[in-house]
Ligand binder design. Structure first.
Ligand SMILES: NC(=O)c1ccc[n+]([C@@H]2O[C@H](COP(=O)([O-])OP(=O)(O)OC[C@H]3O[C@@H](n4cnc5c(N)ncnc54)[C@H](OP(=O)(O)O)[C@@H]3O)[C@@H](O)[C@H]2O)c1
Length: 322
């Protein structure tokens, strides 16, 4: 039995999900295989996005699983996200319908605004490239997208709405304007990047935090790596606790996230890792002392800086996170 959290309205969401961002090294067919392995292992929350370019192959797996009665639709929690180039009026609706068609579903359990900007870049572009059409955050622009998502929610095409890559100041501006409050917020979350204020803000507002890159995304593209980046698996606090429990540091990152009240969404192509990640959040919990030691391991090390979404006169990637 998968542990779950309750969402506003009474639906339940698994306490761990499966990520599906294959980056540059996992083709859509390989991702489908990984999702199939994850479903067999017991994952029921699948974190998708149109921009990941693999919803069509994941949809085949979901259709097969539901069709074979291995899993009922109600047991699954499938999320997707509207990409930055689909913010103009009418486009979020088309994007959602495209995801539904690719995923071979009648409704999504959650639909996120992937980034709070209409800024995008060519796939695989250089980290220093800038799109001259990119703009700073605008609450008005964001609310245009959100109102369209609220309409899709009213129509029953999506059961919960979510935001991603937000900050407290942006949330302060938009939450009072939302008729349908977000049930979920995706945020980068791993021991070396804990975002404690944003995390608490979500809990205080009845929003469940979903932690992306929960293992510190060790195989992210080279263009997303800098010399200052910390490796979570090498943090002394993580290593010491992993040794004490006789597990890989990955398990400690996931136990920590889940015990804090987040939903980690690790990705893996390896059956052994897929299974051990699921087990990690369901057995052998961390002690209060270990949780305190990990709280002190925060290095404020953001890995997904988003620099490719900067507008031409922006100073640095920090401008995205104000
Ligand atoms: N909302 C957003 O803007 C956003 C941004 C980034 C990511 N995401 C979501 O978050 C998900 C997770 O992030 P991520 O994929 O970047 O990073 P991650 O889950 O932190 O790390 C994934 C990597 O860790 C390795 N790994 C997994 N389990 C392991 C284990 N037990 N031991 C050792 N290594 C292990 C995997 O390699 P193997 O394949 O060899 O196991 C994989 O390459 C994404 O897939 C995506 O769904 C959302």
């Amino acid at each position: 039995m998968m542990n779950t959290f309750e969402l506003p309205g009474g639906d339940r969401i698994p306490t761990i999900g499966f990520g599906t961002f294959g980056s540059d090294h996992c083709a859509p067919e390989q991702m489908a295989q990984a999702v199939e392995t994850a479903l067999t292992a017991g994952y029921r929350l699948i974190d998708c996005a149109q921009v990941y370019g693999n919803e069509h192959t994941i949809g085949e797996v979901l259709e097969r699983a539901i069709g074979s009665e291995q899993i009922s639709r109600e047991e699954l929690f499938v999320a997707s996200k509207v990409w930055n180039d689909q913010h103009a009026p009418g486009k979020p609706t088309l994007a959602l319908k495209g995801s539904l068609s690719d995923l071979r579903l009648d409704y999504l359990d959650a639909y996120y605004v992937h980034w709070p900007f209409p800024n995008y870049h060519a796939p695989g572009c250089d980290g220093d490239s800038r799109n001259p059409d990119s703009k700073p955050f605008s609450a008005e622009e964001f609310m245009g997208v959100w109102r369209e998502l609220e309409q899709l929610y009213d129509e029953g095409l999506v059961r919960h709405l979510g935001m991603s890559n937000m900050t407290i100041s942006k949330l302060e501006t938009v939450l009072p304007q939302c008729r349908v409050q977000p049930a979920l917020i995706e945020m980068e979350l791993h021991p070396s990047f804990q975002q404690p204020e944003l995390f608490q803000y979500c809990l205080d507002h009845g929003i469940r935090p979903v932690g992306f890159c929960p293992l510190g995304s060790p195989n992210r593209p080279e263009r997303d790596k800098t010399e200052e980046d910390v490796v979570d698996f090498d943090l002394p606090e993580v290593r010491a606790i992993a040794e004490a429990h006789g597990v890989h540091p990955a398990s400690i990152c996931l136990k920590w996230a889940a015990q804090k009240g987040a939903i980690p969404i690790p990705f893996s192509t390896t059956e052994r890792n897929i299974t051990s990640n699921l087990l990690a959040v369901n057995e052998d919990p961390l002690t209060e002392t270990e949780m305190a030691s990990l709280a002190a391991a925060d290095r404020d090390c953001r890995l997904i800086k988003g620099q490719v979404f900067l507008w031409p006169d922006a100073h640095s990637w920090q401008d995205l996170w104000i």
